[in-house]
Design a protein around this ligand. Structure first.
Ligand code: NIG
Length: 388
């Protein structure tokens, strides 16, 4: 069945040839986009939806979340807002709660957050393991994630579990844990940071993952400058995430590489770090993605719109740059070309705004502007104030 979406006041395609269109229309057939062009030239379709001048853009591609978890860290957040510094040590609190939860509880919590994200326009979402930190719970987390998320990342190297010896734990991650999890995931990640895994340990994990055919991602340079970015670039990681503290050499290395710098502004704000240097990265020629880093500790939001607003108002990204980074940029960070774009052949993932242009995402900060969402060609309607 073909659905014609017409009356699009502003269509962000992210496609170099199609560009940004006014008075546009899109035809969806099944799960894919079949046609994009001027509303006046639109072909006939089985069903017609008029969005009455609203802006349409690709659904958000959230390339960094940690949503297989149980428990709550409100008290840690309150302490932080009262002046206590963020330390990744809180991960252990979530590990305890996650290990104690049933599969059903973990799956329900994951679905609840993914639905929450979808209602705000997120149509492609990556999520990570990393709150299991033993073979059984990491494999269980990966299985649960694979049922729900578009992309799954193994993050056994998130923290050395309290009481464990770091080198023995890295041996476990590189051996039995990877063996158990590799068939379930596409990506492997490591938290390369003081207090988590050092350069040598991170390199071992990434190389062991690469030997098993997994793509690489790195958590790097979140709490201070360090080797994360360099390691990610050297090993050809698809993305290095956080990038809050970057040296000039880091910026140059990213600019000269295919590794995407994924910035997580909601995390920087929630942990009271400076915001990542988006402008420096963009001006140097690096590819920048924006993601939510939704997790119960350092960034408990699924709102990609909040990240875009922050990137524009506080990180000096233009609106077009921020929207690209939260859609096509996320797709690049996940090495996908079927999402993040509105063009024939792409997945029919569309985000309709209760606004005439994407400018309103920054012009009207904090206002919920999602009017409607299509994901894989299916219109998600519950919870929207849609009248069309
Ligand atoms: O990306 N940096 C490491 N991991 C998460 C934090 C997870 C947590 O505090 O629970 C992050 O910020």
């Amino acid at each position: 069945m073909a659905v014609l979406i017409t009356g699009i006041g502003e269509l962000t395609t992210n496609d170099a040839e199609l560009g940004k269109l006014r008075d546009a229309a899109v035809v969806i057939e099944g799960e894919a986009i079949a046609w994009v062009g001027a509303a006046a030239d639109a072909p006939e379709a089985d069903e017609r939806v008029d969005v009455e001048g609203r802006a349409v853009l690709p659904g958000w591609v959230d390339s960094h979340t940690h949503l297989v978890f149980a428990g709550d860290r409100t008290a840690e957040f309150e302490a932080r807002m009262a002046g206590k510094a963020y330390s990744a040590g809180g991960i252990a609190v979530t590990v305890d709660a996650t290990r104690s939860a049933s599969d059903e509880q973990l799956a329900a919590n994951l679905r609840r957050h993914v639905d929450e994200a979808a209602r705000q326009g997120t149509t492609c979402l990556e999520t990570k393991t990393g709150y299991g930190l033993n073979v059984e719970d990491e494999a269980r987390s990966a299985r649960i994630a694979a049922d729900v998320a578009d992309e799954v990342t193994f993050l056994g190297a998130h923290l050395v579990p309290p009481g464990a010896d770091a080198e023995s734990y890295v041996d476990l991650v590189c051996g039995d844990m990877l063996d158990a999890v590799a068939p379930l995931v596409r990506w492997a990640d490591v938290f390369c940071e003081t207090g988590a895994f050092d350069e040598a340990q991170s390199g071992r994990v990434l190389k062991a993952a690469r030997e098993r055919g997994l793509g690489l991602r790195v958590h790097g340079n979140q709490l201070g400058e360090g080797p994360g970015v360099r390691l990610a670039v050297e090993l050809g990681a698809a993305s290095v995430d956080h990038c809050t503290y970057l040296s000039e050499a880091d910026v140059e290395a990213l600019a000269a590489s295919d590794t995407v710098a994924t910035l997580l502004p909601a995390c920087d704000l929630s942990t009271r770090q400076p915001l990542a240097p988006a402008r420096r990265l963009l001006d140097a020629g690096a590819t920048v993605a924006l993601a939510s880093n939704a997790n119960p500790g350092s960034s408990y939001t699924t709102s990609m719109a909040f990240c875009v607003t922050t990137a524009v108002l506080q990180m000096r990204m233009t609106i077009d740059e921020a929207v690209w980074s939260a859609t096509a940029g996320g797709a690049r960070a996940l090495r996908r070309d079927d999402v993040g774009f509105v063009r024939p052949g792409a997945r029919a993932d569309l985000h309709v705004l209760e606004a005439p242009s994407t400018t309103h995402l920054a012009y009207r900060p904090g206002v919920p502007l999602t009017a409607g969402v299509w994901r894989r060609g299916r219109r998600l309607t519950s919870g929207f104030a849609s009248k069309w």
